[in-house]
Write a protein that binds this ligand. Sequence first.
Ligand SMILES: C[S@@+](CC[C@H](N)C(=O)[O-])C[C@H]1O[C@@H](n2cnc3c(N)ncnc32)[C@H](O)[C@@H]1O
Length: 358
Amino acid sequence: MRLALRGGNTLERVALRANLVPTPAAEAWGGIAASGVLVAAVRTGVVARLASAPARTEEIARDLCLAQTPTRLLVDCLIASGHARRSRDGTVRLARRDRRWLDPESEVGVARFVNSCGDYFDWWRDLDRLIETGASVEHHERGPEDPYWRRYILGQLDLARLSAPEVARRLVLPENAGSVLDVGGGHGWYSATLCRRHPALTATVLDLPGSVRVGREVIEAAGLAHRVTFAEGDARYAEFPEGQDAVLCFNLLHHLTESEIPALLARAAKALKPGGTLAVLDAFADPPRPGRVWGRGRGRANAAATHLALFVRLTSGSTVYTPAELQSWLRGAGFDPARRVRSARIPGLALYQACKSW
Ligand SMILES: C[S@@+](CC[C@H](N)C(=O)[O-])C[C@H]1O[C@@H](n2cnc3c(N)ncnc32)[C@H](O)[C@@H]1O
């Protein structure tokens, strides 16, 4: 894929620059191939095996009870795409730069997020149906026992572990803050990180039943069940418990429609004590500029945000909103103007914090 788009030798690079290469064909074919290889390598345990010790492909297939030839072809793809290396003795290991991201032992690993991306293939396949009819997938409507929730929420946990320490550091809570309501908090990791930083704080995570089941396990395993508790509810309609010092709305607004958000923010304002703070972490819309979602170069973050807007329309019937829309909804709910908390560590996401001064 990288070869096809960037050109492997001088001739190919010249052809690419002269627009003699059908890059749309390479993108349509290679995008899903690159994703499929990574997802399968995680789901079958090949990535974890390569992370644990170098091995020959026959050993990997034997140890994991996989089919020999497809396993060899899969590992070849990991090598070709730079995720694994073959040594002179014929053993294969995870590439050094990927250990950080794909080793299941890594504290910043995203293998569970890669795993969850396997659920997206069917959804993207139905994109033309969305465009033709406007009908979205509505993935949050699955029953709470569906194994999908575990893949989804643990994938989100992987991403949250990357940004939670910085978010907790930068979020200014009222002095002696004792309570936080984490709306759509899923795994509860942002709440847990805030509680670790503020010893007097306890958190309530309000989320759909499928997410709550997984979140409770995550928080119990972290030994924080006495500080972070869960409540099942639909954030679009639930009454929020009052007397909160802070309300978090992290990566939730892009799952809600424009008509649902103002009412939710009004309930958040009602739940807060005077002087309390509302924090919104989300991806925000950016007018589209040319760029690619993967690979190098300027415009990649913009391309990712633009594709995310379509993805959330496909999967939740909503979209990502502009900072101006957020400010206007916050004003309508009685908040002071929100300040943007800048961060270099959480590309693609922006954190806004607004105070209830009345
Ligand atoms: C993208 S995840 C974000 C999880 C977490 N806040 C974070 O930032 O990592 C979206 C979360 O919102 C929850 N959610 C979506 N729609 C909801 C609704 N109507 N009511 C309550 N929670 C909802 C999902 O279950 C999921 O936990």
